[in-house]
Design a protein around this ligand. Structure first.
Ligand SMILES: Cc1cc2nc3c(=O)[nH]c(=O)nc-3n(C[C@H](O)[C@H](O)[C@H](O)COP(=O)(O)O)c2cc1C
Length: 182
């Protein structure tokens, strides 16, 4: 098994999905990884709506932005739900969003570990997704994660293929780390 950092290094948010379904047992371990994420004061302000049925997926696709049309080939849409101003209120910071972020990262890493691709998004219509899924009004959608097996990149439009082939872009460690003092 590869070390965790090795997996973190090679994980990327890919867009070329195969339509092959993902076995339920795999999805269960992915959801378990989300459930076990840390959260501020252990408030666990997250719930997950996982869509795999073709009919419901098709309805949910109405709520995906044009730029994320590639997500429509994914056999799994995992909607990460939170409660606005729920969770812990320390420092007046929206820790409920940090909490869903941590759950999301666990989900992304576990998916990658299982040989799947998983892509978090912000490009969707919350109203439409709530109407399709019945997510209550007092909840917010934090992100929508597309999950599935890697597929044929040439089926993507040219612009998306370009994004898919682009090298990973990150700030250098010296730009973001302050040893001892800022
Ligand atoms: C909260 C969040 C929202 C994102 N929304 C989108 C999106 O709507 N469409 C998209 O193509 N990628 C989206 N991404 C993926 C980022 O663009 C991607 O994580 C970033 O460019 C780094 O690339 P990497 O994950 O492949 O390392 C999102 C990522 C996060 C964490």
């Amino acid at each position: 098994m590869k070390g965790l950092l090795e997996e973190i290094k090679v994980r990327t948010s890919k867009r070329a999905f195969d339509t092959r379904p993902v076995p339920r047992e795999m999805l269960d371990t992915i959801l378990e990884a989300g459930r076990l994420a840390p959260s501020c004061a252990n408030t666990q302000e997250w719930e997950f709506v996982i869509i795999t049925g073709p009919e419901l997926l098709q309805q949910a696709h109405e709520g995906i932005s044009r730029g994320n049309a590639w997500g429509k080939r994914a056999p799994v849409m995992l909607i990460v739900v939170t409660k606005e101003n729920g969770g812990c209120g320390a420092h007046g910071l929206p820790y409920w969003m940090m909490d869903v972020g941590l759950a999301t990262q666990n989900i992304l890493l576990q998916s990658f570990h299982l040989g799947l691709i998983a892509h978090p998004t912000a490009g969707w219509d919350e109203r439409k997704l709530k109407d399709v899924t019945g997510i209550p009004e007092d909840r917010r959608i934090g992100t929508v994660i597309f999950i599935g097996y890697a597929g044929d990149i040439t089926l993507l439009d040219e612009r998306t293929q370009g994004k898919e082939r682009a090298p990973r872009d990150r700030k250098e460690i010296g730009e973001i780390v302050h040893h001892d003092k800022w």
